[in-house]
Design a binder for this molecule. Sequence first.
Ligand SMILES: C[S@@+](CC[C@H](N)C(=O)[O-])C[C@H]1O[C@@H](n2cnc3c(N)ncnc32)[C@H](O)[C@@H]1O
Length: 547
Amino acid sequence: MAAPPGTRLAHTPDRGGGRSVFATRSYRPGDVIATFGKPILALPDGPNMRTTCNYCLTVQNPDGKPLRACTSCKAAVYCNPTCQRAHWKSIHKSECKLFIRVREGVGKDWVPTPTRAVAQVLMLLRAGDPATIAALGDDGSLVGNTEAFKKDTKIWSDYEMLAMAAVVYGGLVESEETLRRAEEILCKIQTNAFDRLDADTGMSGIFLDAGLSMINHSCIPNAFIGFDKRVATLRAERTIEEGDEIRISYIDHTLPKMARQEGLRLYHFQCDCPRCKDDLDVYQVCASSPAVPLNALSLQPDLARLRNPPVDRSKLSAAKVEVIYKAWHSPAMSEGGSKIAQQRWKLCKQLVEARMWAVEPLPASIHEVALICQENSWTWAYALPLWCFLATECEPFRLVAPFMPWRMKGVVMIAKCLSESARQTATGELARNCPHKGLVDILARNDQVTMCEALIRLLVHDAAMGAAAGWDIAIQAREMLQDIEHLDGRENESALIQAWVKNPEDPQANAFFRYAVLKPITELAALAIQIMDAELWASRTLPLVRR
Ligand SMILES: C[S@@+](CC[C@H](N)C(=O)[O-])C[C@H]1O[C@@H](n2cnc3c(N)ncnc32)[C@H](O)[C@@H]1O
């Protein structure tokens, strides 16, 4: 197997499968290491296959043109005839009948993602596709951990069913041997494919590329992957020196250890990274991260605080955090809605007292409430302090590089709230409708358009390091910037913000950023805990219900 340019494959017996990817040159944070544009598998999740182009994987814009369905199976949909033709040629001419059989058999117009993926691989093998044979054929290169999966009876019985469905509906029943092969393929897909999940953009599905799947895991990764249509981009998250092993995270590595181990269970290895070995929390990992200086250009430019956060670990052990995390995620708490959100927040009390704001599940609790607030015309303004708190006190400690997509999304949320609050402040609506006078006052005293411009310029800067040009968030940021650039009479403010993005050390630009942007954002963030503790739940005028 050839390694991507700029990397080499090496034999490493201590890693399952025995291979690892090493850098053959150095990379700075945000550098593209390699792109992968010829996946063996790239498909949307089953339930989303009617709202996602089945070839280029673009999610349908609810206000846009409807997607066109395949006239034969009527299940696969496409954004245009070019995508439809490309998909037909690459796989759909073989899989089209699968959907017809499924509709006739069980009356559904989609199949579970793993079933469709296994059927596609079996069809590609039958057609003699060289890349699929090399990776997933009988002597294929990908590791599957099949024997380990078989030991987990619950998982294995699901896998047997999913593989059987692929063989039956794919019209591939040839022998018992085909079924065994389908099960092994499913294990290999589980071990090597990537989840394209991005809840905000509606992106979902799986992506399998044999080169990309050579990269091992670490809970302190030095690289990360972003997806844009049928292309995956591998980028450096922190500085990588020539000779370093390139490692990504297969899971949300900011979760407590027990939750990480649960996520890694499907990969059948013991993680040996320092986060796992010494059970470090997010603050400890952040404090020693070489990526901390990147935050000079961020909403948490206090590098000393990132290196030495004011948390009080004596109040809360790692074991107690795991108990809180488990209770927060217990089935009794899975209903969603405002009542559960309130109960979940109560579980976070000890994390608040220990000032361990960046430790999950506290950020998840605030995020959940911010989304509920935003859905409701009475409470949307409350979302702003919550997003500000997440962007200043939680996310920088969890994901140290400011260009990480999750951090950029948090900044977008603040910018969106500010563009609405700026309008409502100007018309007086905010003062009339929002009962939180402190919040209204901070907004009235500050130039929200300047705040918004700074955030968007920050996003445009970070997107160049962390996101594909076609990423929705990057597109939204560029569009919002165009709107702001059309406003008259803002030349001085705009020049200072641009000078700050160019050089955050520039004394005049830095002072302006601190006064005009950071100060109000910090003041808004300071309201968050009180809002979470009392304001939202106490006020009868602000019922936290979804309307
Ligand atoms: C996507 S593959 C990675 C490439 C793999 N090393 C190979 O040679 O094919 C995932 C598998 O690699 C192994 N692996 C990944 N990260 C590891 C780590 N940090 N320590 C040990 N094994 C690891 C596990 O067996 C896992 O199921």
